[in-house]
Design a protein around this ligand. Structure first.
Ligand SMILES: Cc1cc2nc3c(=O)[nH]c(=O)nc-3n(C[C@H](O)[C@H](O)[C@H](O)COP(=O)(O)O)c2cc1C
Length: 190
């Protein structure tokens, strides 16, 4: 399945190739590849260089994976359990340097996830972010305490075959990717 962006203007090839599949191959992800993926997160920009992103990584078959999987809504459970890696994307709510509330922590986490998603492509891997899950359940399962909040889950792995999905998911997997035009989000003309 190739769902490369149908971009109107030239852009970098990682952004062209990234998309969010629901079918993953039954193939483990190498530790070195994960290290590169989190290195891209590590070098993300963040307010005051606060680096509030925190990640919990589950590998298919281990306890962390099973607990992350358990927090997913049924829709996501139907496909995400085939992904070899599930990542719980979290953030620290206060700055480490001065203890002040970090109002950009979620924004910074989002950038880190965006960056690791592109590095995943660079490593030949695909990611699929989800907010269809119970974040409070996740926080209690992992005893994250008051300081760390959970924002989203990412399924990660090698791209699978759309034919391995149920009919409904196969339709979604093979459907055309659509975007609004730049004129719809650029609030001024240039
Ligand atoms: C914050 C966020 C939450 C999402 N939640 C879900 C989800 O719960 N389930 C799902 O199947 N896809 C989820 N998605 C995937 C989006 O539907 C997908 O990114 C969007 O349709 C664009 O498709 P593309 O990533 O293939 O370009 C989520 C994506 C983001 C960024």
């Amino acid at each position: 399945m190739n769902k490369k962006a149908n971009n109107e203007f030239p852009m970098n090839s990682l952004s062209e190739q990234r998309w969010s599949p629901r079918s993953f191959k039954n193939q483990k992800v190498e530790k070195e590849k994960l290290q590169s993926i989190f290195e891209a997160a590590r070098w993300s920009a963040s307010a005051y260089n606060g680096q509030p992103w925190r990640f919990l990584v589950g590998f298919q078959g281990d306890k962390t994976y099973n607990l992350i999987y358990e927090t997913l809504v049924e829709f996501n459970q139907q496909w995400a359990g085939k992904a070899p890696v599930l990542i719980l994307n979290c953030y620290q709510i206060h700055f480490t340097h001065n203890g002040a509330l970090n109002l950009t922590a979620e924004y910074d986490l989002g950038q880190a996830v965006a960056n690791y998603s592109l590095e995943a492509i660079n490593q030949g891997l695909y990611s699929h972010q989800m907010t269809g899950f119970d974040s409070l359940k996740a926080e209690s399962f992992f005893g994250l305490g008051e300081e760390v909040k959970v924002f989203s889950v990412t399924a990660l792995g090698y791209l699978g075959d759309a034919d391995d999905l149920t009919e409904d998911f196969k339709k979604m997997e093979t459907s055309e990717r659509k975007r609004i035009n730049q004129s719809a989000f650029l609030l001024n003309k240039f």
